[in-house]
Design a protein around this ligand. Structure first.
Ligand SMILES: Cc1cc2nc3c(=O)[nH]c(=O)nc-3n(C[C@H](O)[C@H](O)[C@H](O)COP(=O)(O)OP(=O)(O)OC[C@H]3O[C@@H](n4cnc5c(N)ncnc54)[C@H](O)[C@@H]3O)c2cc1C
Length: 387
């Protein structure tokens, strides 16, 4: 009997999708549990670079493919497909895409030319530092300081819960160069080998791959050329990075959930109880039907968000919707898959429990469900509920 396959967002990308699905299956899946215990080797980052997945948002003169086959929709396809093999690899896609998008905005060769091509090739790893120990959801309240001293900027403060804190080479650092509120925040490109930078990765289940933790800036001096964009204008850049990345996160979660559903479909067709395959029981098949529908709805919403982004249209509401729905529906689907596998679902022989844990991390990362709902409400109702 034919099995249903979701149709891709655009047939032009079918070959790209098939290549990445093969890479996820053949190259990533077997090692997914390994990076809970061992560091992710840097050579693998070069392999991802060779696939072309880090240059999708950058112009060809910097080595990217934006406007020449690249864009937000193919980035979403990459997130969905690679996450089927290893959910956490989607962090590389997210942070490299954000890094290239932000640093491409710089006029300075020391930022644009030095870092963007290296990130695209996978030779350099980027991080994005907004969150601080005392400030997460209310990001406009950050207190890391940037003070001008001659032709340099001097940065001081702690950034917390930063993905790739332990292993990134360059960081997009948001710091307060002016007065209170969103209008006083500037963006700096900070090479992480500078004097005054130290880091501490925090133990977690994804620690060896994502190296999430704190980056400390102790009077770190960067030249004026490392201020990216307009002084005091960086909050908008942060929010526009969030907007596309929320759909990338949605699709990474969808990929992990779809893979879990596909594996569970095979399991319930094979596993018999009381003389019948589990798949013949409505109590089982209807659960899977519901999750397939929810996951497909989340997928369509995410690609709709990315299509708007590719067309340069506003996509704030859709991004918040997909960031809420994608992780939520995926957590629910993977949870059901674990239970439908019986005792084997919880074991380390299957990737389901690891996927559930990892997807839950991105219910919070990049904005919590409550903040997503408050954005949707603000845009639709005109009321601000989170200030
Ligand atoms: C896996 C992961 C990766 C991350 N990577 C990065 C990164 O690379 N760079 C970076 O800068 N940050 C990163 N973060 C940090 C992340 O962006 C923050 O955790 C997030 O914005 C929430 O902030 P918080 O943890 O301080 O929670 P808080 O802001 O303290 O919120 C705690 C709880 O209160 C709720 N809440 C807060 N305000 C309101 C309100 N007004 N109304 C109702 N409920 C509210 C929230 O929804 C949440 O449930 C990452 C986090 C995770 C989990």
């Amino acid at each position: 009997m034919a099995t249903w396959e979701p149709v891709g967002p655009d047939p032009d990308f079918d070959e790209f999708r098939a290549t990445l699905r093969r890479f996820g299956r053949d190259r990533l899946a077997a090692d997914y549990p390994r990076w809970q215990r061992e560091p992710f080797p840097r050579e693998r980052l070069l392999e991802l670079g060779e696939l072309g997945v880090f240059g999708l948002l950058s112009p060809p003169d910097l080595g990217g493919t934006k406007g020449a086959g690249g864009g937000y929709v193919p980035l979403g396809i990459a997130a969905e497909e690679l996450s089927r093999g290893d959910f956490n690899v989607s962090y590389f896609l997210q942070l490299q895409a954000i890094g290239t998008q932000l640093f491409t905005q710089s006029d300075a060769d020391e930022v644009r030319q030095r870092w963007v091509p290296a990130i695209i090739r996978g030779e350099a790893l980027a991080s994005f530092a907004l969150t601080e120990p005392g400030v997460g959801s209310d990001a406009a309240a950050i207190s890391t300081r940037a003070v001008q001293d001659g032709s340099d900027w001097v940065i001081s403060g702690e950034k917390a819960s930063i993905t790739f804190a332990g292993n990134s080479d360059v960081c997009a650092v948001f710091a307060r160069s002016g007065g209170p509120g969103a209008g006083g925040i500037s963006l700096f490109c900070v090479p992480l080998d500078l004097p005054g930078v130290s880091r501490r990765a925090v133990p977690s289940s994804t620690a060896h791959l994502t190296q999430r933790g704190s980056i400390f800036f102790d009077d770190v001096r960067v030249p004026a050329s490392h201020l990216v964009g307009v002084e005091g204008g960086a909050f908008k850049s942060a929010m526009s990075a969030f907007d596309f990345n929320r759909a990338i996160i949605g699709l990474a979660c969808v990929g992990a959930a779809q893979q879990s559903l596909d594996e569970t479909i095979e399991h319930v067709k094979a596993r018999q109880t009381f003389g019948q395959p589990l798949a013949t029981r409505e109590g089982v098949s209807f659960q899977l039907a519901e999750h397939l529908a929810h996951i497909h709805a989340a997928r369509l919403l995410a690609f709709e968000t990315l299509r708007l982004a590719d067309r340069g249209q506003r996509h704030v509401t859709e991004a918040a919707m997909t960031k809420w729905l994608g992780p939520k529906c995926s957590v629910e689907a993977i949870h059901a898959c674990i239970v439908l596998h019986g005792w084997t679902g919880f074991g380390e022989d299957l990737p389901l429990a690891q996927r559930l844990n990892d997807v839950m991390g991105l219910e919070v990362g990049d904005g919590t469900p409550e903040i997503m709902k408050s954005i949707i409400a603000r845009e639709a109702l005109g009321v601000v509920s989170h200030r």
